[in-house]
Ligand binder design. Structure first.
Ligand SMILES: [Fe+2]
Length: 221
C-alpha cells in the first residue's frame, strides 16, 4: 500500500533558529497563486533546499525533484482577518509530496491541516491523473480530467460540500508530508500580526521517475 500521509515530530534540530531566520526575511503577497490571502517569503537558498530534500527523500524512500522556477521552502503566514477571504480553502497542490513544517510556538498551536472528501463525487484525491481513484471517476462521470477537476474545484469555498475525513494537529516543529493531490485545507487561522499568525514552511516535491544525462527530470503526471 502506498503511503500518503507521514507525520514527523521534532523535524528541525533548532526550530527557534529556523523561526528567527524566517522572521528575518521579507514577506510578500505571492504572485503565482491568484487570490492567495497570506504572505510568504522567497524560496529558501538552493543549498538548504537540497539538504532538506535529502532528509525528506530518506523518510519517503524515493528520489525527489522540484522545478527550480517554483517556490520551495517558503515561510507562509496566515492571519485571522484573512480567514474569510481564503479563496483556496479546500484545494490540491499538484505535486507528489507536499511538506508542511509547523513553526508556531507550542502555546500558539491550534488547528493544523485537514483532509477532505468531495461529497458529490466521493473523490479524496485529484492528482496525479493516473491515480486509480481519479481514473475511475473519469469513467464513471464520462468526463475528461480537466472537466472532473472543475467539478470538484467549483466547491472549493463551500465546506458543506466536503466531509473532513482526517486532521493532523498543529505542533511546533512537526513536519507533515502528504500526497499533494489529496484535497486539503487549513481548518483554523489565528493571530492579528505577522509575528502571531499561523506560520508554516512549505515544500512541494515530485517523485522522479528518471533523470536524463543532462539532469532533466521526468515528472509523473
Ligand atoms: Fe496546499
Amino acid at each position: 500500500m502506498k503511503k500518503s500521509l507521514i507525520v514527523i515530530d521534532d523535524f528541525y534540530e533548532d526550530p527557534y533558529k529556523v523561526r528567527q531566520y524566517a522572521f528575518s526575511q521579507n514577506f510578500n503577497n505571492p504572485s503565482y497563486v491568484t487570490g492567495y490571502p497570506g504572505v510568504e517569503t522567497n524560496s529558501l537558498e538552493p543549498e538548504k533546499i537540497k539538504h532538506i530534500a535529502k532528509r525528506i527523500s530518506s523518510i519517503i524512500g524515493k528520489k525527489l525533484g522540484w522545478p527550480p522556477d517554483r517556490p520551495q521552502g517558503v515561510f507562509r503566514v496566515l492571519q485571522k482577518q484573512e480567514e474569510k477571504t481564503q479563496t483556496n480553502l479546500v484545494h490540491i497542490d499538484p505535486c507528489s509530496w507536499t511538506g508542511v513544517v509547523y513553526l508556531n510556538l507550542p502555546e500558539e498551536c491550534r488547528g493544523g491541516t485537514s483532509f477532505y472528501q468531495h461529497k458529490e463525487t466521493g473523490l479524496k484525491v485529484m492528482f496525479p491523473q493516473k491515480n486509480p481513484e481519479v481514473q475511475q471517476a473519469m469513467v464513471k462521470y464520462n468526463l475528461s480530467y480537466h472537466e472532473l477537476s472543475a467539478k470538484t474545484l467549483k466547491d472549493t469555498l463551500d465546506l458543506s460540500k466536503w466531509d473532513e475525513i482526517e486532521r493532523v494537529s498543529m505542533k511546533f516543529n512537526r513536519l507533515i508530508l502528504f500526497n499533494g493531490g489529496k484535497f486539503h485545507g487549513v481548518p483554523r487561522v489565528f493571530g492579528n500580526t505577522l509575528a502571531t499568525g499561523r506560520i508554516a514552511q512549505i515544500f512541494f516535491f515530485f517523485e522522479i521517475e528518471s533523470i536524463d544525462e543532462d539532469g532533466n527530470m521526468t515528472i509523473p503526471v
